[in-house]
Design a protein. Sequence first.
Length: 329
Amino acid sequence: MKRIGVLTSGGDAPGMNAAIRAVVRMAAYNDLEVWGIQHGYAGLIKNSMQPLSTRSVADIIHRGGTILRTARSEEFTREAGQLKAIEALKINEISSLIVIGGDGSFRGAMALVERGIQVVGIPATIDNDIPGTDYSIGFDTAVNNVVDAVNKIRDTATSHERVYVVEVMGRNSGHIALAAGLAGGAESILIPEGESSLTELCQRVIRGYQRGKAHSIIIVAEGYRPPGVEEIQSPGMYVGQFIREKTGFETRITILGHIQRGGTPTVMDRVLASKFGAKAVELLLAGQTAVMTAIQGNNIISVPFNEVFSGQQEVDLEGFRLAEILSRP
Ligand code: ATP
């Protein structure tokens, strides 16, 4: 029986477990054996792996995080580390690997491909910043987590007539901020990809109060930088202090942090992860390598790693403009 490996790498994302489950069960359906590698490439280097039976992935579809654990490995970025990884795969007679993670993990996977290992990637990151796929596993859950928090903040914001600034994750991209701002009915959204003047933002807040708005909720992506400002620790803190000073309104700042990553994956993430996991096994069986599973429109397809590395994952700027129109006081 042919043996394949599976690992999760980079930041954890809710839905990774559903993908692992789908890989193991689709593989078993096709008479393949799956070994789970612990702690991403760090565990691969240490030969930390064990067989995964169909039963061993029972009861995980609803759990956030990853049962295989994940890691970032400095050692794997160097040749000596990569050779150790290849050695571990050889010892265990694994010539095919499924890597669940972000594009950094796929760049790492290329080092294995170049040494003869067959690799298929599954995009998983809450930031949704992987080119070639409309969605990555974990994004939908993260956005829902943010919207839940915004709903709660909205209740208290209305009662106190305050300005609330909410800083959300997303690294250098504004996907989470944009989707959560649109779905949460935020008054303003600040993202790295959009042009936003903070002076105009303050005028909007003032206009809103003059027209009877009970509160303002402003979503700030962690990657947002105000024009002319490069070095800041927290854009949410910066924006909140700016509004407080310029408008005199009582302003509260919430940095949501890691609660965005946790919790049970949404239906969308579970379905996506199940389809990606199954597709990844099919791609291995079809002899493909250096490709990633992807969703474009309603189609589950494969995209070569090279296209992922050279592409851009654009934010929905039309959605950005729509959010601005719909939130006008
Ligand atoms: P996330 O977006 O959630 O952070 P990611 O997969 O992009 O996920 P990275 O930290 O960029 O996360 O990459 C994960 C691991 O992949 C790194 O710790 C490193 O071991 C390996 N890796 C990344 N880039 C390379 C590269 N160019 N060469 C070799 N290995 C790499």
